[in-house]
Design a protein around this ligand. Structure first.
Ligand code: PMP
Length: 402
């Protein structure tokens, strides 16, 4: 290879191509509890909306589009969020290519090399390299049954200030059905987090892919809905509600933030075609029916997985989530989640070792706990979920007997 001089942010990146775990490429009989893929039978039929988009709106959908995103879709999203307690207009919104694109753009807006950011321990592991490539230091804060520990964060900020260290720039958090822990923050903890962030001029990045995938109980107001200071940058996505292949999401923030983000999102704007398809689907009666179906189906899958685990592996502790896609399992302390993930994969069950959800594992902050794994119930159908847990229990028994 030519001896090219790479940017600092790229020089340390692996030259090994990322492995693929796409369910369509799995060998027969392999069960995917690892990914956040949608259940195949829940992917909506978008054909009629695509036809409208490509025929009645061809002049719009096959042209360049507004960098901020199409006004009609932004109006519709503002309305969706306002019915959920926010007070937004289309000016508060930027359409992005899914939540991960949103996180990357926010990183470009806020982060310089050497900055610190606050994350939960554990955290959504795909976000680790998104932030990491900007050369940040991760400050890991623990969670309890109410989510990120604001008291621990406050103490950490005070300690850092006393040591002359800079304050973190942002707090990354998933307040509803946290990935992977499953925890949903109650109102008081949300308020405390926002007040702490506002006092310290720290942005909160609220990542909300699962907010509308709620199975039971009342929704707690989003951080964005509670934010009277303008510190919350809210990231939404259609991946979990409609389909991940659309690659469509949004950022909701103050207009002065959105205006800058539009300039950083310099790739030419998100697809006008997909935005129109989503808009036509969203304003049709099919949308609410689809959301109801998604909730029911994932609730059933969650319950099937919980019941199977309870029967097959009663010694494993499970955080029961009120929504979302995942179960976070706590194994007995001496049981190694990395080993279990490797043995399970060898037996045709893909799941993810808990240690991968700790940013400290990549930065060397501290050793992550090893006694967790994350299971996803979103992709496999209920009978396959049951069969998979039976097989996982066999792997577990064989491993712990050794
Ligand atoms: N954030 C979290 C917390 C997620 O769990 C996921 C999906 N697994 C995403 C973001 C990714 O969303 P998108 O497909 O919109 O990039």
């Amino acid at each position: 290879m030519a001896d090219l001089r790479l940017a600092r942010r790229a020089a340390g990146l692996s030259t090994v191509f990322p492995g693929s775990h796409f369910p369509s490429e799995l060998d027969d009989g392999v069960i995917a509890f690892d990914s956040g893929f949608a259940a195949p039978d829940l992917l909506p039929d978008l054909t009629p909306f695509a036809e409208i988009a490509l025929n009645a709106h061809r002049g719009e959908t096959l042209q360049y589009s507004a960098g901020q995103g199409q006004p009609l879709l932004r109006d519709w999203i503002a309305d969706l969020m306002n019915r959920d307690g926010c007070t937004l207009t289309a000016q508060n919104l930027l359409i992005v290519n899914g939540a991960k694109n949103g996180l990357d753009l926010i990183s470009r807006l806020l982060l310089d090399e050497g900055d610190a950011i606050v994350v939960t321990a554990p955290m959504y592991f795909t976000a680790i390299p998104i932030f990491g490539v900007y050369g940040v230091e991760f400050i890991e804060i623990g969670q309890d049954e109410a989510g990120i520990r604001v008291d621990e964060l406050e103490a950490t900020l005070a300690r850092r200030a006393a040591e002359g260290l800079t304050a973190p720039k942002l707090i990354y958090n998933v307040a509803d059905f946290h990935n992977p822990s499953g925890v949903t923050m109650p109102l008081a903890r949300r308020r405390a987090l926002i007040e702490l962030a506002a006092r310290n001029h720290i942005a909160i990045v609220e990542d909300t892919p699962y907010r509308r995938v709620r199975f039971e109980g009342e929704a707690v107001p989003s951080l964005k809905a509670l934010d009277t200071h303008g510190v919350v940058l809210h990231v939404g996505t259609f991946s979990k509600l409609v389909a991940p292949g659309l690659r469509m999401g949004w950022i909701a923030a103050d207009p002065a933030i959105i205006a800058r983000l539009i300039r950083l999102k310099a790739e030419g704007g998100s697809s006008a075609l997909i935005q129109r398809i989503l808009y036509e689907f969203g304003r049709s009666p099919a949308f609410d029916a689809h959301v109801a179906r998604v909730r029911d189906a994932y609730r059933q899958r969650r319950d099937r997985m919980l019941a199977s685990l309870d029967r097959e592996l009663p010694e494993i502790r499970v955080q029961v989530p009120d929504g979302g896609y995942y179960l976070w399992l706590t194994l007995p302390v001496h049981v190694d989640g990395d080993r279990l993930a490797a043995d399970a994969e060898a037996a045709g069950i893909n799941l993810i070792a808990g240690s991968r959800f700790f940013a400290g594992a990549t930065t060397g902050n501290r050793a992550p706990p090893r006694n967790h794994v994350r299971l996803s119930y979103s992709f496999a159908d209920p009978d396959t979920i049951e069969a998979g847990i039976v097989r996982l229990a066999e792997v577990y028994r064989a491993m712990t007997a050794r």
